[in-house]
Design a protein around this ligand. Sequence first.
Ligand SMILES: Nc1nc2c(ncn2[C@@H]2O[C@H](COP(=O)(O)OP(=O)(O)OP(=O)(O)O)[C@@H](O)[C@H]2O)c(=O)[nH]1
Ligand SMILES: [K+]
Ligand SMILES: [Mg+2]
Length: 365
Amino acid sequence: MGILEKIAEIEKEISRTQKNKATEYHLGLLKAKLAKYRVQLLEPSKSGGVKGEGFDVMKSGDARVALIGFPSVGKSTLLNKLTKTHSEAGAYEFTTLTCIPGKIEYNGANIQLLDLPGIIEGAAQGKGRGRQVISVARTADLVLMMLDATKSSQQRILLERELEIVGIRLNTEKPNIYFKVKKGGGISFNATVKLTYLNEKMVYNILHDYKIFNAEILVREDVTIDEFIDVVLGNRKYIKCLYCYNKIDSITLEELDRLAREPNTVVISCEMDLNLDYLVEQVWKYLNLLRIYTKKRGEYPDLEGGLIVRKGATVEHVCHAIHRSLVEEFRYALVWGISTKHNPQRVGLSHIMENEDVIQVVKKK
Ligand SMILES: Nc1nc2c(ncn2[C@@H]2O[C@H](COP(=O)(O)OP(=O)(O)OP(=O)(O)O)[C@@H](O)[C@H]2O)c(=O)[nH]1
Ligand SMILES: [K+]
Ligand SMILES: [Mg+2]
């Protein structure tokens, strides 16, 4: 039996099985099996399957955003609007056949925007160019899921499912579980909170199913079986997602209002140039980038330039971004901005920076 058939069989069994306390355990094991086969499906075939031509685009800039959506929702039209790159757009499906990178310049940051072929249902199983598209999505810092405002809300659920199947988790944090495979000592399982979905026996059996007999597990939140399996498999990608409904020029105001209220959503019209600035603003926000201004002693900060770092970056990260050897010469830094209690504040390398902070590094003599 091929993997696809095995998957179909397990999915059938899961849907047949009634969900209750008595079957919970059996379902947990089925889900573990299912996850295992899906991973196998994603592994490159040993026969050296052909790689998607034109899909290996170099990462460049401060962050990468992937445009994911069904055919003809307006992905290429958006790339043409937001960047200087041209990507063919047309009223027929699968106009775009490769990965086309463009660059958005915003707030001092260079954001790489990738136009991609449309994906269709079954993409995760390799339909169309689905697998190549999805493997590009896995490398992105943000998925910009483009949807057609004139089409049914099913499209969003279907797309989410395709990404879910291949281990992409949208807008969720990695489950708070410490998991380490060991050489010996059996399985040690502990939890710091009361667990309502998982129990020790289930964990043992799931791990045995993956041929893991020695491991240390510390669960720090009330996770579901699926979340536990995600951690065991370890190759899950937790990516931010912004939903973007295009073609709002063709729907009613009531519809528009309803879509705009969905969480993590921006509504636009590429054709009528509606809300595109706001979309870029939101992309920036979802990327969690910080712009830090540098300043020399006795001078004004350089407000034109600045550095782009990730949220959570420390003074040390900023020093690295300025110059590789700066950390060695570092004595202290003066920081002005949201991250400080008073301005300026004298800080060390571990100080955490905030957006639009100004920093002046003082070197050792
Ligand atoms: N009404 C309307 N049509 C639009 C809008 N944006 C794009 N379109 C049209 O939608 C069609 C598809 O646009 P594309 O940019 O080729 O869509 P795509 O998602 O890149 O399509 P594929 O590459 O085939 O997956 C074209 O006919 C566009 O003119 C919009 O805001 N409103
Ligand atoms: K198209
Ligand atoms: Mg296109």
